[in-house]
Design a protein around this ligand. Structure first.
Ligand code: B12
Length: 260
């Protein structure tokens, strides 16, 4: 309500704290190398093997063994790898519901209009417009992505929704495998500056610059120009109306130009 209903006439730009992702990554890798250089490798390897053994035998105290491994300077990645070798890795699966948005909106003239546009597209192209909603990086905010995937599905789009935490490489592969028209990246954890340009470059490198890239989520307006320069076709911030977004995405697929 706060975002959608009571909009200010003049929004004051929010001062955002900028993080240089590449520099943070460089420093973190440097710290990891130092930790590995300075630790007693055999003590660390034994602590990790003990951890895996407890996981395997299901007897003993896993937490105590993980603390011992940390004290012997095993990294968090190594500790989770030691457990993964026995337990496997959790796969975050996403599901998209259908029918809810349609039920709420079917009498709205805007909904009827955008659905008609999609129907016209289907008649003239012999298929539905195809959008993949994608989540990349360490960003677990999936509500906006699910809202968009579910509602666009009800409007008539063919929809794919990626699992969480994918890399740009994985998303590019998915786009190409599924033959999508548009990939819509939902980004709420600050990864947009790095991950979205990487995805655009990968699609181009793989000969698929024709796949349009749009994005949505919590992206500071100060970053919009850089994203557009990188090749993002549309940006949909918090409070975006689903109908507006659907019209805009369809317009992108149809190659329509609009002022913004
Ligand atoms: C709910 C929420 C959570 C939930 C997420 C639950 C879930 N399963 O999604 C929980 C509690 C788990 C959570 C955790 C965290 N959160 Co949080 N969270 C939020 C919050 C309050 C609302 C997000 C939301 O669901 N909005 C509702 C949906 C429907 O809106 P939306 O995603 O914006 O989508 C709309 C548009 O943006 C657009 N859109 C979005 N994507 C797409 C894609 C396409 C293709 C299209 C067309 C349109 C589109 O259309 C949608 C409909 O209008 C926001 C603040 C905010 N007001 O946005 C913070 C926020 C995103 N969280 C934040 C943070 C920092 C975190 C944590 C790191 C906190 C912590 N220290 O642990 C963790 C990170 C967890 C992780 N691994 O990612 C920050 C991110 C700051 C940043 N960008 O740098 C925010 C902005 C809060 C803040 N002001 O600081 N969070």
């Amino acid at each position: 309500m706060g975002v959608n209903q009571y909009r200010l006439e003049n929004e004051v730009p929010i001062d955002v704290h900028r993080v240089d992702n590449a520099e943070v990554r460089r420093q973190q890798i440097e710290r990891l190398k130092r930790v590995k250089r300075e630790r007693d490798e055999s003590v660390c390897a034994k602590a990790l093997a003990d951890l895996t053994q407890i996981a395997k035998s299901q007897s003993g105290n896993l937490l105590a063994a993980a603390v011992d491994a940390a004290r012997s300077r095993a990294t968090l990645g190594e500790i989770s790898d030691a457990l993964e070798s026995e337990f496997g890795r959790h796969q975050a699966k996403t599901e998209v519901v259908s029918g809810i948005y349609e039920k709420q909106s079917e009498t709205s003239p805007e909904f009827v209009h955008v659905r008609k546009r999609v129907e016209d597209f289907k008649s003239s192209h012999g298929r539905a417009p195809h959008l993949l909603v994608a989540k990349m990086g360490q960003d677990g905010h999936d509500r906006g992505a699910k809202v968009i995937a579910s509602s666009f599905g009800d409007i008539g789009f063919k929809i794919g929704m990626s699992d969480l935490f994918l890399t740009p490489e994985e998303v590019a592969e998915l786009c190409i495998k599924d033959g999508v028209d548009v990939v819509g990246v939902s980004s709420l954890a600050g990864g947009h500056q790095t991950l979205i340009p990487q995805l655009i470059n990968l699609l181009a490198d793989k000969g698929h610059a024709d796949i349009k890239v749009v994005c949505g989520g919590v992206i500071p307006e100060q970053d919009y120009d850089a994203l557009r320069d990188a090749g993002v076709a549309e940006i949909f911030g918090p409070g975006t109306s689903v109908i507006d977004a659907a019209n805009a995405v369809l317009g992108q697929i149809l190659g329509e130009r609009r002022n913004r």
